[in-house]
Write a protein that binds this ligand. Structure first.
Ligand SMILES: C[S@@+](CC[C@H](N)C(=O)[O-])C[C@H]1O[C@@H](n2cnc3c(N)ncnc32)[C@H](O)[C@@H]1O
Length: 362
């Protein structure tokens, strides 16, 4: 609490408070009468691999090298993602917004929200639809994002746009942040943007089982999911969304190497890789790769570091950077019911391109 001005109960953005347990967070939230933003950094749980370990393990993988899509989101990556959401080819964001606008009043009448917790909040752009619909802003907004510059900037912007909104911004990985959530009932967890598609099936089951353990009776989860190709959704529509004419998605994909170069003193040469994104209709997923343009070697860690490691890539060998799974609503519903969730309602746009699924704790 040392950085917190007791008089105004306002914490300067950029002064990240460290909180290690829900009790500390609860005491930070205790100032009900003041308008403010609190920004805290979620501490890494000990057993989670760090970035260097995760990147090296991914590059060591046989036969398919891979990198976690979480590493797309440094400051530049978050900006590029925002650009992607405005591209004409990228239908998911605008479609999800239309659905949210249509259902906002109904949703708010179903759940008397005390805390609105957004996993992977990004710019919180679409969340504004819910802020606008709930005129009283009686809830605390808790955005969680690994991209702390984007999180800080959007929290700052929200305080200007919604001076009555209380914000607790948690910078860090979803899993680390979830353990910090102060207990409450009537919480709505938001997981928008089709980000669920970036999880493997195994991780999806693990992650949402852990989330369910954190949820109390009366809590809900709203998930935005991109639909698999079907009669009114040709596969080309999906593939084009990841291969835009302006090449912004290609820049976003390549930026993961910049992020790794900077964070881990690696020496990827971006010009020696090319973006590729293909729709795999059997698996209902976009598979995004970086294709090596030549035989090359990449070192993670500088020459001065004892633990530097070198990886070899053959010409045309690829690094898998993202899976973006697409869903059939009935199957998605079943997979959540198997984990112990109760399905409340699913909404879709008129073309059935995108969906929002509301689940609750049984
Ligand atoms: C596909 S974007 C979606 C952003 C926003 N929810 C939307 O619908 O436009 C994914 C967001 O999740 C964040 N993110 C990715 N991996 C994360 C992780 N492991 N923990 C927390 N946030 C993460 C990214 O920084 C990014 O803002």
């Amino acid at each position: 609490m040392s950085q917190c001005d007791q008089k105004t109960q306002r914490v300067t953005l950029g002064d990240h408070l460290m909180a290690t347990n829900p009790e500390e967070v609860k005491s930070l939230l205790g100032f009900k009468d003041s308008k403010r933003v609190i920004m805290i950094k979620a501490k890494k749980k000990k057993q989670r691999p760090d970035m260097c370990q995760s990147v090296c393990e991914g590059l060591r993988q046989i036969p398919q090298k891979e990198l976690s899509s979480t590493y797309f989101y440094d400051e530049q990556g978050s900006k590029l993602y925002e650009e992607i959401t405005r591209l004409p080819e990228y239908y998911p964001t605008r479609t999800e917004r239309v659905i949210l606008e249509t259902i906002a009043d109904e949703l708010l009448s179903l759940i008397p929200i005390a805390q609105l917790i957004e996993l992977g909040s990004g710019s919180s752009e679409k969340t504004r639809v819910l802020f606008n619909a709930s005129h009283a802003h009686s809830f605390i907004y808790i955005p969680i994002d690994v991209s702390d510059t984007m999180l800080g900037a959007s929290a700052q912007q929200l305080t200007t746009e919604y001076p009555d909104l209380n914000i607790l911004a948690i910078a860090g990985d979803y899993e680390n942040a979830l353990h910090l959530l102060p207990p409450s009932s009537n919480r709505l967890f938001l997981f928008l943007g089709g980000t669920i598609g970036n999880f493997t099936q195994t991780f999806q089951a693990y992650f949402f089982t852990s989330l369910l353990k954190q949820m109390s009776h009366g809590d809900h989860l709203l998930i935005g999911f991109d639909r698999a190709a079907h009669d009114t959704k040709p596969p080309e529509l999906i593939e084009n969304a990841y291969n835009d004419a302006q090449g912004i998605t290609a820049q976003f994909n390549l930026n993961i190497l910049n992020h790794i170069n900077r964070q881990l003193q690696a020496n990827f040469v971006l010009e020696q890789f090319q973006h590729r994104a293909v729709y795999n209709p059997k698996q209902d997923q976009i598979e995004m790769h970086l294709v090596s343009q030549c035989n090359q070697a990449v070192t993670i860690g500088s020459d001065q570091q004892e633990e530097n490691q070198t990886f070899h890539l053959a010409k045309d060998e690829t690094i898998l950077t993202e899976l973006s799974r697409k869903f059939h609503p009935e199957q998605l519903q079943k997979s959540f019911e198997m984990l112990g969730y109760t399905h409340a309602k699913t909404w879709e746009d008129a073309n059935r391109h995108f969906g929002l699924m509301l689940l609750k704790k049984r």
